[in-house]
Write a protein that binds this ligand. Structure first.
Ligand code: C5P
Length: 294
């Protein structure tokens, strides 16, 4: 099962709760690329991590995949008792503002619910996800959406177009709580009303006027974020911005070949950066899918 990268196309911080969590108004989409998670029957539990970023994945109590497994066991007892081998292929950088652990946790919940044939409704699954992290419910949805509250109040965007993207990370991890703690203003204006986007260009035009309020504090900690964002703009992105609490930046391109070309150029210029050409998944069927249905 793919654990798609989460991209905060816009992220406005609108307040703070009494418990310290921040209130957000964020437009999120999910890429067609991500980590991969597999589950198989085994004689005992096992968790194996491979892939380019495997060495950065924490093993033990903080790992969100094994926490998701243990949470289902706690909640469903006998139905979730059978030992399971879990294999995570970690293709995305960790602590990088694109979901990472939350996407892996959401994939683990979905995969194990299927593997153990657990009978659970979507609302209960989302509540379980939220107990693992604020971004887990949106990663369970894995569709274009606006998330409010601390990220758990979801409004799906059934007509949001697919966007060709390039993701760039200067390979420096960032601590989410540290970025939030450096915010100068916590009561910022929400997203402006969403238009009826028909294509990449109209969506990009609206998104360009939005913000990521975490970008300024994140750049104070890791100044290379500005370099990554500017490099995307120089490579002809329609616009470029940081995702989540950073340090990954994304550029939106008008076509997929344009994104592929820009990614090749950026990787050549910055061989030590993580660079990925991808696209956000759209809930709107493509022409090919429509033709298949007819
Ligand atoms: O929920 P999660 O464990 O992913 O959040 C990590 C940290 O990010 C929290 O402990 C909190 O400091 C910060 N955070 C926040 N407001 C949010 C989401 C996360 O302040 N809406």
């Amino acid at each position: 099962m793919i654990a798609s990268a989460k991209v905060n196309l816009a992220l406005h911080v609108t307040g703070r709760r009494a418990d310290g969590y921040h209130l957000l108004d964020t437009l999120v989409a999910f890429s067609s690329d991500g980590d991969l998670l597999e589950a198989e029957d085994g004689s005992e539990d096992d968790f194996f991590v491979s892939g380019h970023f495997a060495a950065h994945v924490p093993i033990g109590e903080t790992n969100l995949v094994t926490r998701a497994r243990d949470l289902l066991r706690e909640k469903f007892g006998e139905a979730a008792r059978a030992p399971v081998h879990l294999h995570l292929e970690k293709n995305l950088p960790v602590a990088s503002g694109i979901g990472g652990g939350s996407a892996d946790a959401a994939a683990a919940l979905r995969l194990l619910v299927r593997h153990w044939q657990i009978d659970i409704d979507e609302a209960t699954l989302a509540r379980l996800g939220l107990s693992l992290g604020a971004d887990v419910p949106m990663c369970l949805a894995s569709k274009p959406l606006v998330a409010r509250g601390i990220g758990e109040a979801l409004e799906e965007l059934p007509h949001f177009p697919a966007l060709p993207l390039v993701l760039v990370n200067p390979n420096i991890p960032l601590s989410t709580p540290e970025v939030f703690s450096r915010l100068e203003r916590r009561e910022n204006p929400p997203l402006s009303p969403l238009g009826a986007f028909t294509d990449t260009v109209s969506a990009a035009h609206w998104l360009k006027e939005a913000r990521n309020d975490l970008e300024k504090p994140a750049c104070q900690i890791v100044p290379q974020i500005e370099e990554a964002r500017d490099a995307l703009k120089e490579a002809n992105a329609l616009f470029a911005r940081m995702s989540g609490s950073g340090a990954t930046c994304f550029g939106v391109f008008s076509t997929r070949p344009g994104a592929d070309q820009a990614a090749a150029l950026l990787q050549e210029r910055h061989p030590d950066w993580f660079v990925l050409a991808t696209e956000t998944r759209s809930p709107v069927p493509t022409q090919a899918e429509n033709a298949h249905v007819q």
